[in-house]
Ligand binder design. Structure first.
Ligand SMILES: [Zn+2]
Length: 486
């Protein structure tokens, strides 16, 4: 990302708007924009793209037809001229790894990250409840009692005083605890007689009554009774996600793991010309209808906005929760190696199922063991059935044994990496891995220098979708950021 003053971007990023909206002036099909602080990338044949600046551009029927200097005034003298008063214009951005429905769902819920006390969080919830009378469960998250004056867990009673008729479920900022009201506890059947599940805790008062906070696996008691979102709720969530992404200048995103139902939703939107940005979807390998979807073959919608040509396989978990599969034990937990979420033999079966259909494999691998398993399987499957030219990817490629890094090049694998993970993990990663293993962690420079393609993404909504904002903005700017992901 070149160092550009992103603060000066147009409110909803001009290029994104231009690419998705009718021409700004109804009477003319050609518009020339001048006095622009523009940047674009040009790729001379055989060379890396170079950053070029421009001060003028011309759009016809929603498409760019010329980018350059003020000389365009002469060449397009007939065009309507619009002065952009030095506003910054960038090409539309592509996020190579995000979760569109996940982002939309977050945006459909109450965001309590800025709450400065439990009472303030409840007030915000009450407002949200009034604005969303149709939601049968009120959900949200982001609260952190460490930011509150008394630093104590909140209670169900605090919510019950205001909202007793609808169940409420609010996740703590780290997703390791949830705050329920009495209606939610009742729906989940949680009372004084409930037993703490393995790996979880029902927080209780001195009489043994649940207080409303559930920790780790105890959260599943509530989560499993929350109804699945309806199709209408999913559609609305997608619209919220689209608006958010476009407002950040993201005009194309890779959706990392979608169900058959979501694919059908996207196809319907594309067929009705209602996809305002490009979606490159990966079928979740856990989708029961995967074989059927593969048999239908790759899809590109008529409007060129929706593409289905890849499958997301899940090899391991994440580093923070020590779920990333490591070759050697965790430095800060000597008996733990992490875990594979798909057994090695099932990974092999999936590779051999997917590649013959010509679909790209995008395998989630965070730990060095998961990365090695992925690379080994790519090597085996390529030798047996081919598929090396399918632009296959490792999603995250976060911790790679140094000796395996060069295999990304020899096996023609794209490393799909998220720069924000490095900054989010920086305090935790070395604790988990120790110094020596850090040499192969977040190693995009090594990968780039050896000629491996690195596809950059954010992993929204796990991380903010906004490529120009730090994860933890200073307090003074945080109040301007209203959505959950900002
Ligand atoms: Zn992801």
């Amino acid at each position: 990302m070149p160092s550009i003053c992103l603060r000066r971007l147009l409110p909803s990023m001009l290029l994104a708007t231009l690419l998705t909206s009718p021409p700004l002036t109804a009477h003319a099909d050609t518009t020339r924009y001048f006095n622009v602080n523009g940047y674009t990338l040009v790729s001379p044949p055989g060379n890396d793209a170079e950053l070029k600046s421009f001060s003028s551009f011309v759009v016809r029927d929603g498409r760019f037809i010329a980018v350059g200097g003020e000389h365009l005034a002469e060449a397009y003298a007939e065009a309507t001229a619009v002065d952009l008063q030095q506003q910054t214009v960038l090409p539309g951005l592509i996020d190579a790894h995000g979760h569109v429905m996940g982002l939309g769902m977050r945006l459909s819920q109450v965001d309590l990250r800025d709450s400065e006390s439990a009472a303030a969080a409840v007030n915000q919830l009450v407002q949200f409840a009034q604005q969303h009378p149709q939601q049968s469960w009120l959900q949200g998250g982001g609260w952190n009692q460490e930011n509150w004056p008394d630093k104590r867990f909140p209670t169900a009673a605090m919510i019950d005083e205001q909202i007793a008729d609808r169940p409420v479920w609010l996740m703590r900022v780290d997703a390791h605890a949830g705050w329920a009201n009495q209606a939610a506890l009742d729906a989940a059947g949680i009372d004084a007689s409930s037993i703490d599940p393995d790996g979880g805790e029902i927080v209780r008062d001195q009489h043994g009554n649940p207080t409303g906070v559930l920790i780790d696996n105890a959260m599943n008691l509530v989560k499993r009774v929350i109804p699945e979102p309806t199709v209408a709720e999913q559609q609305q969530a997608l619209q919220l996600a689209f608006q958010r992404l476009l407002s950040l200048g993201i005009t194309s995103t890779h959706d990392a793991g979608v169900s058959a139902e979501q694919i059908a939703l996207y196809q319907r939107l594309a067929a009705n010309q209602q996809l305002p940005l490009r979606i490159y979807a990966m079928i979740a390998a856990t989708e029961p209808r995967l074989p059927e979807l593969l048999a239908q073959g790759p899809i590109t919608s008529a409007d060129d906005k929706f593409q289905l040509n890849s499958v997301k396989i899940y090899a391991d978990g994440a580093l923070g929760s020590r779920g990333a599969a490591l070759l050697e034990p965790y430095s800060d937990a000597p008996h733990q190696h992490g875990l594979l979420v798909t057994p090695v033999e099932d990974i092999a079966t999936l590779f051999n199922l997917i590649l013959p259909y010509g679909f790209q494999i995008n395998i989630h691998a965070i730990g060095d063991r998961a990365n090695r398993i992925a690379l080994d399987q790519f090597a085996r499957s390529f030798a047996e059935i081919g598929g090396k030219n399918l632009r296959n990817r490792v999603e995250h490629a976060q911790i790679v044994n140094k000796s395996d890094l060069k295999r990304f090049k020899s096996l023609n694998i794209i490393a799909s990496m998220q720069p924000t993970h490095a900054t989010s993990d920086k305090n935790m990663a070395e604790d988990r891995l120790g110094k020596a293993r850090m040499a192969g962690a977040y190693a995009w420079q090594t990968l780039l220098q050896q000629g491996t393609i690195v596809a950059a993404g954010s992993d929204f909504p796990v991380e903010p979708a906004n490529p120009s904002r730090r994860r933890y903005p200073p307090r003074s700017t945080r109040s301007t950021c209203r959505g959950l992901v900002c």
